[in-house]
Design a protein around this ligand. Structure first.
Ligand code: FE2
Length: 259
């Protein structure tokens, strides 16, 4: 099974990049499933039901989220109704939505789990303990399991990769918007990358207009972040999984640029 995972889709430029890249990639790489991190899909902060629908219409099967999940209040009720959108599983009990799902792809259940890191992010439940609980629930149903770890610190991401090696098919990092070049298959058969990167404006400071983000750094005054315009980048990884064993066979990065 070949699964594409797209790095944080940022605002309208990110959605345009998905629209212009996904159809071709899907055919050329013979993809079975597409997962994307969509927590910045609406204006760079959060997601709305209409931006989610747009991304599903372009061919995405599952949207994962992160620390910006609640930035657009329209999603509060919607996430309860649409199981294709999952938010970090380590949010407190009572939070709307679910942190994982099982999705039927070519007759096979694929588990997708979304977790948030704790370092430099909100003080949520422990992602290591929460993922153990989820694996206890879903490992009887499938051994093809993808984990999106939405986290800031590289050390925390590497740690979760090793913690889950041999227990899931892939641990992929999102959130920093900068693609790392450390993709590999760990000894237990888990595909790993610290960060997939961003699908959004190329000439930007992690998606935001350069002059706006620079003003923040230079003055420490409050600014209104806006997605940058101009050409885009499309960042993703494609992971091939042996669905009999749940082990990853390959992981390859994609970094497409609109010229
Ligand atoms: Fe994030």
């Amino acid at each position: 099974m070949r699964i594409l995972i797209i790095g944080d889709v940022f605002g309208r430029p990110g959605r345009k990049a998905v629209y212009e890249n996904l159809c071709t990639i899907k055919q050329s790489l013979k993809l079975d499933m597409v997962i994307a991190n969509g927590e910045n899909a609406a204006g760079g902060n959060g997601i709305t039901p209409s931006t989610a629908k747009e991304l599903f219409d372009y061919g995405i099967d599952v949207l994962t989220m992160g620390n910006h999940v609640w930035d657009k209040k329209e999603i509060f009720g919607h996430i309860e109704k649409d199981s294709r959108i999952i938010r970090p599983a380590n949010y407190p009990p009572g939070t709307p939505g679910k942190g994982y799902g099982l999705y039927k792809i070519n007759g096979i259940d694929v588990g997708v789990i979304n977790l948030s890191g704790l370092v430099y992010l909100s003080n949520l439940d422990c992602p290591f303990r929460i993922v153990d609980q989820i694996l206890n629930e879903i490992s009887n149903h499938t051994n093809t399991i993808i984990v999106d770890f939405h986290a800031e610190a590289t050390s925390e991401k590497v740690a979760l990769g090793w913690y889950l090696d041999g227990k899931v098919s892939a641990v992929v990092g999102t959130h920093t918007h900068v693609q790392t070049a450390d993709e590999r298959i760990l000894p237990g058969g888990t595909a790993y990358i610290t960060d997939i990167g961003m699908t959004g404006p190329l000439n930007s400071i992690i998606g935001v207009k350069i002059e706006v983000a620079l003003k923040k750094f230079l003055t420490q005054m409050p600014v209104r972040f806006e997605p940058a315009d101009g050409p885009y980048q499309f960042n993703a990884v494609v992971i091939e999984v042996n669905e009999d064993t749940g082990c990853a066979v390959s992981i390859n990065r994609i970094f497409n640029i609109e010229y």
